[in-house]
Design a binder for this molecule. Structure first.
Ligand code: ADP
Length: 641
């Protein structure tokens, strides 16, 4: 009784979200339960990496790096699976902080995913998206004990938990630095054979499957049969300790010896993404700089990609030893989605972070990696269009940012990776494809901006250009126009917004005709401009660019209406105004109507002017300041007819 009470008192609760995750793990129907071993072995390997790295700079630690190893022991009778390492270990606080809360899962997203009603369906999502590390062990065990002694602590501590109702921490006896995790494997059920996790050969095969490349030996006691001494047919059992992993880092193996599955398993375990990567790049470079790199382009946006928590970078190894987890200098921002690692002999093991940044070899490697990624993408575009399009839909935004970032210094490197939706092809096309099929006499690369391709397709300004048979690029993301403006030209062809007032499709005769119409109507337009004088309209004129539509807005100069929208949405006080021109279709009956009103009924002309302007703004996706007034005016006008 007494003891019971005491224990209850000491039991600590998991943080709310961790508790939910644990609950999920305990009742998991995830079929791939064996991944728990990969997670634990990868933690053990990380712990040894940390210790090895520490020992490089802290000689007082007196660690022989050759002795670092992982052990897996099995006690079938007691149903225990024991994983031990002699890595850096955890202090009491670390046990509490690391194992009492979810480390990787980014709390908010997790909350969204968790839905008790739909628990089963959500299961795989969570494991798939985050990789749940240590917690995954609860898929196969009902009790977990972690005994750990940190390099930074005199004492060892034991963390124990039987699942979602909490954990306890007490002093342990362990003398050596490191961690031992004891899993009490669940009893078998009708659906699930947990006992296989107590089978030496099965465990051995899981290690081979997921953790073969781990650089430290993973040792197990394996039973063999051998001929009895002096006998020809009598066998006896012998138990020997064996290292079950090959210990060769995957990236050091020859490409031909690596299966797709191995590349993928490695990716999942290292980068916590359980979806197949879109592209694996394995490369080995000798020359100006020498390195091995294993790079992955994910098939989807990392869940935290657009948060400030996202850190770009590649793991950096110096001759096989991890020296930095996310070396940002190895990747340009526009390739920040790339995951992977670089192993090089050109950078010394104990280089400090500050010096690393200045390091010449690092810069050479970064340049070379950037080139390699670019080349792979270009090849993909040429040879595997479908995959490239899927890549571009996911990460194209980064490439476009890359074009206009840093005042466009990278624009030439990136312009051939760009794609935009085409009015004629009805799919994504490259600039090269656009230019190569430009019609005779076509001077410009036309583009139009809007919220969606459908909306752009209905824009009045698009009409006339389409009728001429010219292709138009539909820009639907806010960076698009900024990227094109940074490029200014492609193959000496100028980019031209269809809403720019200089777009000119008429022949000489038509031009003259229009000029005359505009001169004749000069006074009328002055009157109309007066009506709109508070509306930032720099001009009103007749146009031939429209076909069916009566009006549209165009802009003068480089700042377009859509750029104005983007810039004014930025959180600063530098508001800009695009120079808007109200253009009226000269061939539309409305032009005759306003001319008549100008002669006979100036009051009515005022109403029409306001309505036409409001219409043009609506079509452009711009707000109108006075919707009630406009709606009253429209009613007036239609009631008169
Ligand atoms: P992750 O490994 O994704 O960070 P885990 O839940 O697997 O998440 O582990 C949480 C943390 O616990 C690790 O980041 C590490 O700091 C610590 N940890 C886990 N296992 C060990 C171990 N064997 N030795 C030392 N530290 C460990």
């Amino acid at each position: 009784m007494e003891k019971d009470k005491k224990e209850k008192k000491e039991k600590k609760q998991f943080k709310a979200e961790s508790k939910k995750l644990l609950d999920l793990m305990i009742h998991s129907i995830y079929t791939n339960k064996e991944i728990f071993l990969r997670e634990l072995l990868s933690n053990a390997s990380d712990a040894m990496d940390k210790l090895a790295y520490r020992s490089l700079t802290d000689t007082s630690l007196n660690i022989n790096r050759d002795n670092l190893e992982i052990r897996i022991d099995i006690d079938k009778e007691k149903r225990k699976l024991i994983i031990s390492d002699n890595g850096c270990g955890m202090t009491k606080e670390e046990l509490e902080n690391n194992l009492g809360t979810i480390a990787k899962s980014g709390s908010l997203d997790f909350k969204k995913l968790y839905d008790k009603e739909k628990k089963d369906a959500q299961d795989i999502d969570i494991i798939g998206q985050f990789g749940v590390g240590f917690y995954s062990a609860f898929m196969v065990s009902d009790k977990i004990k972690v005994e750990s002694k940190s390099v930074d602590s005199e004492d060892a501590y034991i963390w124990k938990s039987e699942g979602a109702d909490g954990y306890e921490i007490k002093k342990g006896k362990r003398k050596d630095t490191g961690t031992t995790i004891t899993l009490s494997i669940k009893e078998d059920t009708e659906e699930e054979n947990y006992s296989e996790f107590l089978d030496t050969y099965h465990i051995q095969s899981i290690v081979k499957k997921y953790s073969d490349y781990i650089r430290y030996p993973i040792k197990m006691m394996i039973e063999h049969s051998k001929l009895k001494e002096g006998s020809k047919d009598e066998y006896e059992k012998e138990i020997v300790e064996e290292t079950v992993n090959s210990m060769i880092p995957l990236w050091k193996k020859a490409k031909k010896d690596i299966t797709e599955e191995e590349y993928q398993n490695f990716y999942s375990s290292k980068f916590f993404d359980y979806d197949k990567p879109l592209k694996t790049i394995h490369t080995s470079v000798e020359g100006q700089c020498s390195y091995n790199a294993l790079l992955y382009i994910p098939s989807h946006l990392p869940y935290d990609f657009y948060t400030k928590e996202y850190e770009k970078g590649l793991q950096l190894y110096s001759s096989g030893v991890l020296i930095m987890d996310k070396c940002a200098d190895l990747l340009p921002d526009y390739f920040s989605f790339v995951k992977g690692l670089v192993d090089t002999e050109d950078i010394s093991l104990n280089i400090s972070r500050e010096i690393l940044q200045q390091n010449h070899s690092l810069k050479l490697i970064a340049k070379s990696i950037e080139k390699k990624i670019k080349k792979e993408l270009e090849t993909m575009l040429k040879e595997d269009r479908e995959t490239y399009e899927s890549f571009f839909k996911t990460f194209g935004m980064q490439i476009k940012f890359g074009v206009y970032a840093d005042y466009g210094v990278h624009k030439d490197d990136l312009k051939d990776l760009l794609m935009f939706y085409s009015s004629t092809e009805k799919k994504l096309v490259t600039l090269d494809e656009y230019v190569s099929r430009m019609k005779e006499g076509q001077e410009n690369i036309y583009y139009a901006c809007g919220e969606s391709t459908d909306k752009v397709d209905n824009m009045p300004q698009v009409e006339g250009i389409k009728e001429k048979g010219y292709e138009i690029l539909y820009l639907t993301e806010y960076v698009d126009e900024f990227a094109l403006q940074t490029l200014t030209t492609y193959n000496a062809k100028k980019f031209m917004n269809v809403s720019n007032d200089t777009v000119d499709l008429d022949n000489d005769e038509e031009k003259k005709e229009l000029e005359k119409a505009n001169t004749d109507a000069k006074d009328m337009f002055e009157v109309m401009k007066k009506v709109l004088e508070n509306n930032n309209i720099s001009d009103i004129k007749f146009t031939h660019r429209l076909k069916k539509h009566p009006v549209c807005l165009t802009t003068e100069g480089e700042l377009s209406a859509s750029m104005e929208k983007v810039l004014n949405a930025l959180p600063n006080d530098n508001k800009v105004n695009a120079k808007m021109i109200l253009e009226i279709n000269e061939k539309h009956p409305i032009s005759e109507k306003i001319k008549t009103l100008y002669k006979d009924n100036k009051d009515e002309l005022e109403k029409y002017t306001k309505i036409l302007y409001a219409q043009a703004r609506l079509i452009e996706g711009l707000p109108i300041d006075n919707p009630t007034e406009i709606s009253t005016l429209i009613c007036d006008v239609i009631s008169e007819n």
